[in-house]
Each structure stands twice: as C-alpha cells, then as structure tokens.
Design a binder for this molecule. Sequence first.
Ligand code: TXA
Ligand code: MG
Length: 318
Amino acid sequence: MEISTERLAPGDAGFDRAASILRAGGRVAFPTETVYGLGADARDDRAVASIFAAKDRPSFNPLIVHVENVEAAGRFAELGPLALRLAETFWPGSLTLVLPLAPNSSISQLATAGLETVAIRVPASPVAHALLARFGGPVAAPSANPSGRVSPTTADHVLAGLDGRIEAILDGGACPVGIESTIVDLTDRARLLRHGGVASEAIESVLGTPLLPPPPSEDARPSAPGQLSSHYAPRATVRLNATEADADEVFLGFGPGLDSAQNLSAAGDLTEAAANLFAALHRLDQSNVKRIAVAPIPETGLGAAINDRLRRAAAPRG
Ligand code: TXA
Ligand code: MG
C-alpha cells in the first residue's frame, strides 16, 4: 500500500515529529555516520515487522539495535569487560557489538530473530543521536534500502528505494563514513562478523589480540544470515580488479593518474573511497550503466570493507 512519506528536516520540529512517529509504531529513515537506517521501535513486534515489509527483506535476519549511549546499551545487552573497553574507544561510532541479551530485555524477538544475542551500537551522527535522545528508546534499524540493493548514503538514495513505503525520513545530508558498521561478536571469543567503518586493525590493537575471522561458509553462519552472497548489488554487473575498462564498461577508478570522471579517491585515500563507494554505485545505476569495471583496492584498513562490498556487488545474482 502506498503511503505518503514525510521528509523531515533536522531540528526541534523534525526530531519531535520523527520521535512521535516512532512512538506510534511507524518507520523513520534516519542518517547515521555509516549509512541511512530504517528505524522503528525495537520493543514493538509490529513496528519491527513493518521494517521487513518495507524492505521486502527475509524476516529471519536479525537487526542492529541503535541506542543513545553505553548506559542505554546496558539495559538491553550484557556488556562484559571487553565490550566496555571497545565501547569506550569506539562509541559513539561505526562499531556494532553482538552481545548476550540482558535478562528481561524488552527487545522484540523479531529484531533478534529469536537469538539469545543482540547486535547493538551507539551511532556517532548528531542527527541520529538527537533522534535517539528524543525517542528515549532502542531503535532497530537495518540499512534503508530494498533488500539486496546498494545501501543509501543520502536521503535521495533512500527515497529512490522506499518512497511511499515508509512514514518518514529525516534528511541529514550525506553520511560521512559511507559504509556500514564493523560487526564484532563478543559472545564467545572476539570474532569479526563483518568488515565495516572501523578498521579491524584498530579493534585488534585495543583488544591486544587478533579477531577470529568471520565463519568461512555462508551456510555455517546462521547467526548472521544478513551476509547473503549477492548483496549491495547495483543493477549493472560488476567486474573487479580491472586495470582498464572494456569498450562496453564504465571504469570506477581508485588512485591518481586517471582521466576517468568516476574515481573513488583520486588521492588513493581509503576513507574517502569508502565514503564515495555507494554514492558512485547509485549514480551509475541512475545513468543506466550496464557494466562497471572497478580498479583494484588495497586490502588494508577500510579497504577490507570496501572489497567485501565490491565482492558482493560482483557476486552472481540469485
Ligand atoms: O552501519 C550499520 O550497521 C547500518 C546502520 C543503519 O546502523 N545498519 C546495518 O544493518 O547495516 P543491516 O541490517 O543491514 O545489517 C545487520 C547485520 C546483518 O548482517 C545481521 O545478520 C547482523 O547484523 N546481526 C544482527 N544481529 C545479529 C546477531 N544477534 N548475531 C549475529 N549477527 C547479527
Ligand atoms: Mg544492509
């Protein structure tokens, strides 16, 4: 059913309106520093279900719960010493921790997919923070894109996929990090579940030990079913590690010395490339490009997260 999506500006009136929509069980897309999230009250089964409906997303995927600060996180999850140390260093910011659910936690079982764990983070975006503070509760939010498509880093990207399917969007401009949060599971030994906006090297240096790698096979990780192989997919096909474009391709470059108008970072800066990645894929989709050839990206720092998203964009479509 088509509804009319309110476009709200950040500011007292917009935050109040967004919070009251959340309180009434509605969906509000909002900017975080990573990507736009599609938020709803994480304690409200119907509201969480309506997120899946808007995204056409398989409902067994657990969602990330966004909270205002570490105290709020402690109401819903058990933060042990390692979690507290990572939270102190990286929150607010682009790190999601998978932790045991707190006893009597009020989080909807739909948001956790019935697991005894919860993925939780404190976003750094001031707009996200203002919304969480006004609302005063936990907000479940996957990225605000139709399932399987490229994540949104601007309000226009969100509306291109979800206009008429959600109650409102808070327009906070472009997301500065541009790639989703890093996910670390601390329920057993610290394990990286998804590369993202905080480099795994930075997390390891705080932990003082290496992170265990993500479980190798997709089938072997029922606890993170969001990791489908074709994901973050633009409409165009994607070819990786290209040194130049074939005649029927558009080149997406990285680093200096390229005439190409499409360059993730002419300076060869991985942070800048992460911030530009999804916007570049959205732009190429909008200009109806059919084939994209992408330059090699170094696998260090944020390069690991960029390459993970590019491999999924290049994976065979289901
Ligand atoms: O940057 C981000 O993380 C964005 C913004 C909006 O915060 N959110 C985001 O959410 O990327 P989503 O739903 O697209 O990805 C959530 C990931 C999925 O891969 C899911 O499987 C995993 O988190 N996840 C959630 N709860 C989990 C849990 N209890 N155990 C393991 N993985 C979990
Ligand atoms: Mg997503």
